[in-house]
Ligand binder design. Sequence first.
Ligand code: Q46
Ligand code: ZN
Ligand code: ZN
Length: 301
Amino acid sequence: MKCTICKKPAVIKLRHANLKLCPEHLVARVEKVVAETIKKFHMFTPAEKILVAVSGGKDSLALWEILRKLGYRADGAYLDLGIEGYSARSREYSEKFAAARELKLHVVAVEEELGTGIDGLVRVARGKACSLCGTVKRYLLNHVAYEGGYHVLATGHNLDDEAATLLGNVIRWEEGYLARQYPVLPGEGKLVRRAKPLVFLSEREVAAYCVISGIQYIYEECPHAVGARSIALKHVLNKLEDRYPATKLTFLRGFLKVRDRFRPREPVELRDCPICGMPTAAEGPCRFCRLKERVSHGAPA
Ligand code: Q46
Ligand code: ZN
Ligand code: ZN
């Protein structure tokens, strides 16, 4: 197998892009796709301060590396979620990555902010681990970004993640979620802008990028991911992709063309949480503060 561009030995075949690439050209393609995505969706400029949500996995570490190489000013934020058999190792990978490159990494322990980690929260509060974890992550990452004066919070969602989320939203015709699914979401007040610069890169490309670039990342999945709906959706899309290359890309690109037909049902009005002062759509305390209260009482509510 030869590289489509330089004819040297290729290490990866990307059927969806009709390319076979050598290490050098895979790295060049990945960085070019990210650079173009950032510009096309006006995600941020080199003058702005970026905070990368770092998990220790391949996507977020690749994103941080790419932004750095493209000349953006990017720091990292790692949330220690307090998940047994996972958090300690993912923290190690994140800290090693940052230290080796002399990059600034904010480390926030969920247990210190909430009174317990995600494992403990699952025991106390009703609801699924990933839904509770999602609330905690959104809140704390936004908090770090806002307090740190960052212009944008960048996450490592890739094409596989985005297509699976889209399929999940389409299956349930979640119009409100569809209206908000976009590579960049503007900031508003204390809500910091969010950007997903990897949405047009497949998981395989990102993994190959890490291996070629010598980025060490945690391979294991979070134990709570087992049985998650998102994994089943990815599985279905992989089957389709095997048979019809570029399914995921076509699905996402097609959606982005028609997305403005979807409107949130009611315009969401944000107010300040009376406890923490951060924005919330809820009447009274925000979801994070309500979870914190439940944890402090130590009993299911
Ligand atoms: S960390 Fe949290 Fe994920 Fe684990 S509990 Fe679910 S959402 S699976 S990306
Ligand atoms: Zn090549
Ligand atoms: Zn609050």
